[in-house]
Each structure stands twice: as structure tokens, then as C-alpha cells.
Design a protein around this ligand. Sequence first.
Ligand code: SF4
Ligand code: SF4
Length: 231
Amino acid sequence: MKEVILTDIQTKGLEEVYKKLQDEYQRVAQALCFSCNECPDNCCDSYFLHHTYAEWAFLWIGFRQLDAGWRSTLLKRSREWLEQCEKALAVGERPQVMCPLNNDGLCVLYKHRLLVCRTHGVPARITRPDGQELRFPGCFRCQEIVADKYPGKDPPHVARTQLLHTLALLENQLLEGKRHLLPKVRITIAEMLVNGPPALPYPHCQRNLAKQAESEGDGVTKTRYTDRINP
Ligand code: SF4
Ligand code: SF4
């Protein structure tokens, strides 16, 4: 297996998508006079799945910057989190367990948190390639504000389509145009940490070279996925 690693340019591209989504979030939140202040809930205990190798690799950039003590603590918490979620899923319930990265209300990997952590809360819309529009009403508090201020009207919302399209292009570039051929990502943050950084099998033609490289190194091959596809 070979690790999927973002280039510096791809990292900047992802950060730009995050920034634009957050700017849009702020615009809508201000228009609605909405904020998370004094909310009795905490969305960090929501059971979210994430869908890109790019975000997984970005989370690992932040995780590797932590000291060994923190890394070990977060891995332990992630394993415990997964056990608790599995129990809930086994009885058909949606898990509600505090994210292993939430430390006394603060995100340990705040700069590297996932897209949904940055955008959950306000109304949003996505137009799918087949033209169907998906509408997300926002969290329960935001829905109360919308019901009060915009009864029967179209509320301010984040238009996510273009930015998610940019993210999809970045993901495809990271995977050298082979995104449609590779295993789909559908994974929690805890799994992203416990499973290790994203990695993909070598193309068959490069397996012998890879074995040789790994036997000469420390067993972990750091070459970019892009290097592997176009040596
Ligand atoms: S997004 Fe909504 S439910 Fe979640 S913490 Fe903020 S106000 Fe509360
Ligand atoms: S990654 Fe950070 S912001 Fe996202 S759910 Fe976990 S603690 Fe909350």
C-alpha cells in the first residue's frame, strides 16, 4: 500500500475551499443573526461520515504535527469512540458520542478539522449533476430562527455546489484521475486516525518495485500517490 499525500499546492487548494465555505457560512449566519453561542447542544457529538481522501490526508498533516503523547491519547480515544458507536449501531441507533478530538470543548485539530465541522448549522443547498437540488435546513436552532423570520419564504443559504465541485476536482487530481476506479471513502474521523493515513494498493505493474523500496526503508512508503501513477 502506498500513502496518499497532498502536495503543497493541493493543500492550499483545499484550504481555499474551506475558507470560501466558511466565508459563505459567516455571510448566512450574519443574515440570520445565528451563532452557536450558548447553544445547549454540541454538534461535535454528531455521527458524521466523511467522503474524500483529500480531507483524510489533510487531517493527518495536523495529526502528525502533534507530539507523541497527544497522538497516543487521540488514538486511544478514537478506539473507545468506535467501540461506543458500534454498540449503538448494533441496536439500530444513530451514535451520539463526543468526537475524540474534542478536548474540554475545544478541537485539538481545529485547523485541520473536516468540512462538515466548518459548515454544519446554517441552511445550505447543493445541485446534483442530474439537476436535482438538495436542501439542508440547518441545525435545530437555525431552523427555529428561519421559521420565525422567514415563514414560507426562501431563507439565506450557503450555495455549496461550486465549492464542492472544486473539492471533487482536487480529489480527482490527488488520485490522478482515477477517483472513479478507487474504493469510495465513507469514514468517521475516529476511523481516519485508527486506520492510519489514507493509502491505496499499488498498481499491479509497480508492486515489485514497491516491495523493494519498502524492504530498503522503514516499511512505510512516503511517496506521493501521484508519483506512483506517473513515475
Ligand atoms: S450548529 Fe446549531 S446545534 Fe450545533 S452547536 Fe451550533 S447552534 Fe448548536
Ligand atoms: S474534528 Fe473538531 S470540530 Fe470536528 S467534530 Fe471533532 S472536535 Fe468537533
